[in-house]
Design a protein around this ligand. Structure first.
Ligand code: ZN
Length: 366
């Protein structure tokens, strides 16, 4: 019997771990074994420090050979059965399965003799974790349309993995996310998300912490809490205002569709959610995904990125506040927002969409 705090743990043929999270009331035995012959895992990722920007860049050349848009019959995230070649998931069926990525950007253990210029502070092994979370055994499912019970299991799995990965001393930040759609660069269409456990605090989080610190020094209050309060009071960009969560289009949205979902309580991360907050999250998360899917007439699956911003594991937790950033790069049917010269080279964003108009459209799509 599996539970959120205690998922069923198994080991894949090359030593990677897989965790099964079952829907409430379900009993699966998870006895199938991984019978594949797999090559030894590559742990040669390096991280290089860019002194010009103060940011880390991960170099993971082994990812060049990873699986790219396989046919349904070759999908490595479908369950394994007699009629097909074995996949990453040995079981014949599953609810939510999480496993260590075979082509990780970060290595779970150091590798001797990995290429690099040395172990100086600016060039070192990129230690951390990269996991894949399969949301359904149904190859064609989408998170927006999964049963609510499954969405609850997914929330529980995010919490469980965040807790366990945060306990690893090399990990500084845990990022749960979903890339949906080939336009985003997804290499597998099976419904799945990922978890990155970084060995450093990411650049966006660092800049948000700097802003939050300045705001706290000036006012003694939480920046994100103040933003949320002002969006709820103003209402122009508000999409959802529940008992424990509210969602709005940020005033300075960067993307054609962008939504921030924030809890009303000041909490740093997903494991800090109470039962009522978790329950409402499961409902509102799918509601927001459905609104995004309906945004453009004639398209029923809009490419999106759903990104959980959680507090760093070790530093500045009081300055951080949990929120979801849900956005799409699609600016019109068939037209993508590209990160061209201004955004890619200068980090200076230009958005064609007016946030208030996007919010009005998202509100009417209920
Ligand atoms: Zn599949």
């Amino acid at each position: 019997m599996t539970s959120e705090r205690n998922p069923t743990r198994r080991t894949l043929a090359d030593g990677r771990q897989i965790f099964y999270f079952d829907d409430a009331g379900r009993t699966r035995d998870h006895t199938a074994r991984d019978t594949r012959e797999l090559p030894t895992l590559d742990h040669s990722s390096r991280m290089r420090y860019d002194v010009l920007t103060g940011e880390w860049i991960t170099v993971a050349s082994h990812r060049m050979t990873r699986t790219h848009l396989p046919s349904t019959a070759e999908c490595p995230l479908c369950p394994t059965n007699e009629t097909r070649t074995p996949t990453e998931i040995p079981d014949a069926d599953y609810d939510v399965a999480v496993f260590e990525n075979r082509f990780p950007s970060f290595a779970s253990s150091p590798q001797d003799g990995a290429p690099g210029t040395g172990d100086g502070p600016g060039d070192r092994p990129a230690l951390g974790h990269c996991e894949v979370m399969c949301f359904s055994s149904d190859h064609t499912a989408s998170v927006a349309e999964l049963p609510l019970e499954r969405m609850r299991t997914i929330v529980g799995a995010w919490i469980s993995r965040t807790e366990e990965l945060s306990a690893d001393p090399v990990v500084e930040q845990v990022f749960c996310f979903e890339n949906r759609g080939e336009e985003i660069g997804v290499t597998l269409t099976h419904p799945h998300g990922q978890i990155y456990a970084y060995p450093y605090v990411t650049p966006r989080t660092r800049s948000m912490l700097t802003q939050a610190d300045k705001h706290f020094e000036r006012t003694g209050r939480s920046l994100l809490a103040d933003v949320l309060a002002s969006e709820r009071e103003d209402g122009t960009r508000l999409i959802y205002d529940g008992d424990h969560w509210s969602a709005y289009v940020p005033i300075a949205a960067r993307w054609p569709i962008e939504i921030h979902l924030a809890p009303h309580r000041d909490i740093p991360d997903l494991p800090s959610l109470n039962d009522e907050e978790r329950e409402e999250l499961a409902v509102v998360y799918q509601d927001l995904l459905r609104r995004v899917d309906r945004f453009y007439p004639g398209i029923d699956r809009v490419p999106y990125i759903a990104a959980w911003h959680q507090a760093p594991v070790r530093i500045d937790r009081p300055l951080s506040r949990l929120h979801l950033q849900l956005f799409s790069i699609l600016r019109a049917p068939g037209k993508l927002k590209y990160l061209a010269g201004s955004e890619s080279a200068m980090g200076a964003w230009v958005n064609d969409a007016i946030p208030e108009a996007v919010a009005a459209r998202l509100r009417e799509l209920k």
